[in-house]
Design a protein around this ligand. Structure first.
Ligand code: GLP
Length: 258
């Protein structure tokens, strides 16, 4: 796992956008995430699209997760959120921006169709990830099976509380979600996790330096062949091995892309 520590949110977004640009230029399949953390990265990619002609016309995209039972046109559905924050501002084909169908009464069919759609598309080339304060990725809460596929999950009360800020009240936060599993996520060829702010410092320390454990779903990055973690100084503040991370970042072998 490569850990890149950057001074602030903007520098994290620049680095993440550099990596995503590499994939966009090759027309690759992007795994997108919602949550507030990737938004500065999306804004930078939108800027590069508008100012520098960076094109996503040959890309397709898969979202990590979706609230279950929320209509797609609800402003907090992840279907709507990713379009509002990112994909409607670039030239990706909207029909190729896929998310789990949280409106399908047969959720088992919905999740199986979603995993199959990812496989049929040839898999995800780069998966963007945020991390919850409790170490969740997507909506894989602590104790999630390390090999799980896309499925329905009940949100942890901490996640309901964390996400209440996006709704009128905590009571309005859906309790169920469809999320790519930890096994699904690990099929992506490159995982890129972003974390910013002091509130993520414990989760970052646990995922990078704690044990590989279902109690910290993000720790699956330790098991992946190609994982990049990009954090600001605040989110890095509880890491122990930082001298080494900074050293390897500054002494990357020539020609190694990302
Ligand atoms: C949400 C999403 C995750 C996201 C996480 C952190 O619940 N399902 O994909 O990474 O919470 O969100 P934020 O980036 O807003 O802190």
């Amino acid at each position: 796992m490569e850990i890149l520590i950057r001074p602030d949110v903007n520098a994290v977004a620049q680095k993440a956008a550099d990596i995503l640009e590499y994939y966009a230029r090759r027309g690759k399949t992007l795994g997108l995430a919602t949550g507030s953390t990737p938004n500065p990265t999306y804004q930078e990619l939108i800027r590069r699209h508008k100012d520098e002609g960076l094109s996503f016309a040959d890309c397709r995209a898969f979202l990590l997760d979706e609230y279950y039972g929320l209509p797609r046109d609800h402003e907090q559905s992840y279907y709507s959120t990713i379009r509002r924050e990112f994909t409607s501002h670039i030239d990706i084909d909207d029909a190729l921006v896929k998310s789990p169908d949280g409106t399908n009464p047969d959720y088992q069919a919905a999740v199986e169709q979603y995993d199959q759609a990812i496989i049929d598309a040839g898999g995800v080339d780069i998966q963007i990830l945020g991390v919850g304060t409790n170490g969740h990725i997507g909506f894989n809460e602590p104790s999630s099976s390390l090999n799980s596929l896309t499925r329905i999950k009940t949100l942890h009360p901490q996640t309901v509380a964390d996400n209440a800020r996006f709704f009128d009240s905590e009571a309005d936060v859906p309790r169920h979600v469809l999320t790519q599993g930890l096994g699904t996520i690990q099929r992506a060829r490159h995982l890129m996790l972003l974390a910013t702010g002091e509130g993520k410092a414990d989760a970052v320390q646990a995922l990078a330096e704690g044990p590989l454990s279902a109690m910290c779903p993000a720790s699956i990055l330790q098991w992946h062949r190609h994982a990049t973690v990009i954090v600001d100084e605040a989110a890095a503040s509880k890491l122990v091995n930082t001298e080494y991370y900074r050293y390897t970042d500054a002494n990357k072998p020539e020609g190694q892309p990302h």
